[in-house]
Design a protein around this ligand. Structure first.
Ligand code: CTP
Length: 408
């Protein structure tokens, strides 16, 4: 059975879609998973703890301050035991609580206390889904590494209303759960290994207030650092300026420029694997002005640009070369051809070519479509979240470093 031995904690929020969660519990059990359920107070207005308990095979958890519950299974145990936490339906209120870090009931407290992967299935009226507050909160939680499935478009429970907001169907949620759990690297897959990750853009100063940079968010690199740490590696993350928090359990070194990034990366050697996910600026300004450049109308300054060091290529040819050197490539056309050329030019082992063509819908999105290019060939990965890509990559790194498969 696909989910044999897996432990899923299901959080049922207060939405009409809660009735689909009963079907979800049944299907999870059919696939061999152990299911524990937390219901919010609003969730209990739509379906009863009794029906949930009957399907799950144990009582539903509903109260934070329930002495019987706390002695029997504490909220910390509920948070730590599962392999995956699924929130379905994830209401606007639950997503807002997750985004804001609230912990005022059992569901939100467990969501704060968990160190496990979380998958949410948003469900709400289209007007609530499209509200700027919900969009802001949803962007925040996905940036924090939470995975999402849906919402779908379609008819709503309210008569005559349609639009985005329908909860994904149980089948789709099951598929997302299986994808998430199968990608999960083993907790000790990288124990005893050192991994270096570069992430984010670099800032190349023009003068004390201006700089050259790019739109990289650092999400993919930070996700790789998190995934490697979750697999037991000692991780050094060299990050350019990003708005993301430092990942827990990772040594994060903050840099601004490409040359600082190279110096920090070299200082982290020796490592077993280096993953260069940073969008390093290609050039810096030949002479950074010491004072702010003043404008003279009609006489714009001419900037002379000089090549930056290539961190990836330098590591690939280093005398203390990591066993595995991995790069990313952002391409809009001839993705695989360009990635192959880059693999050779940089001397690295693997390239994750990132399809950012407008047709892929990836640009600016939370998901990514990867072509995994090695000297041996190319594999095209399905479109998935940046965290899922990071997990898949970490599993491959572990397999390569532990000898189950060739380096290249
Ligand atoms: N890279 C690096 N140092 C640089 C430039 C790039 O480490 N100075 C790394 C990136 O982290 C990434 C890969 O090299 O892993 C990207 O290669 P790059 O040649 O910059 O390709 P693209 O960004 O895809 O751009 P282009 O197609 O213009 O070459």
């Amino acid at each position: 059975m696909a989910l044999e031995g897996k432990r899923v904690l299901l959080v049922i929020g207060g939405g009409i879609a809660a009735y689909k969660s009963l079907e979800l519990i049944r299907r999870l059990k059919d696939r061999g998973a152990t299911v524990r359920v937390i219901m919010t107070r609003a969730g209990q207005e739509f379906i009863t703890p009794l029906s949930v308990g009957a399907l799950a095979g144990e009582r539903a958890f509903t109260d934070l301050f329930d002495p019987a519950g706390e002695f029997d299974v504490s909220h910390i145990r509920l948070a730590r035991e599962p392999d995956l936490v699924v929130v379905a339906p994830a209401t606007a209120d639950l997503i807002a609580k997750m985004a804001g870090g609230h912990a005022d009931d059992l569901a939100s407290t467990v969501l704060m206390a968990t160190d496990k992967r979380v998958l949410i299935a948003p469900a709400m009226n289209p007007a609530m889904w499209e509200h700027p507050a919900t969009q802001r909160n949803f962007a925040r939680v996905t940036a924090d590494g939470i995975e999402a499935i849906g919402p779908n478009e379609g008819a709503m429970a309210e008569r005559g209303e349609a639009g985005p907001g329908r909860m994904a169907e149980p089948d789709e949620i099951i598929a997302a759960i299986e994808a998430s759990l199968s990608a999960l690297p083993d907790r000790h897959a990288l124990s005893g290994k050192r991994v270096l990750v570069t992430s984010g853009p670099t800032h190349e100063p023009i003068d004390p207030v201006r700089f050259l940079s790019n739109r990289s968010s650092g999400r993919q690199g930070h996700a790789v650092a998190r995934a490697a740490a979750a697999a037991g590696a000692e991780v050094v993350l060299v990050s350019g300026p990003v708005e993301l928090p430092d990942p827990a359990g990772v040594k994060t070194v903050h840099v601004e420029t490409a040359s600082q990034m190279l110096a920090a990366a070299e200082a982290a050697l020796p490592v077993d694997a280096a993953v260069c996910a940073a969008a390093v600026a290609d050039w810096h300004v030949a002479e950074e002005a010491r004072e702010k450049l003043k404008k003279t109308p009609g006489k714009p300054p001419t900037l002379t640009l000089v090549d930056n060091p290539d961190v990836l290529a330098t590591l690939a040819r280093h005398k203390r070369r990591p066993r595995l050197v991995i790069g990313f490539a952002a391409e809009t056309e001839k993705i695989v051809d360009h990635a192959r050329a880059k693999l050779r030019a940089k001397g690295c082992d693997w390239i994750l070519a990132n399809d950012i063509s407008p047709a892929s819908g990836v640009l600016g999105g939370m998901k990514n479509t990867i072509h995994f290019v090695t000297a041996e060939g190319v594999e095209s990965w399905p479109t998935q979240t940046k965290q899922a890509i990071a997990d898949g990559l970490v599993r491959r790194i572990a397999a390569a470093l532990n000898g189950a498969g060739a380096r290249k």
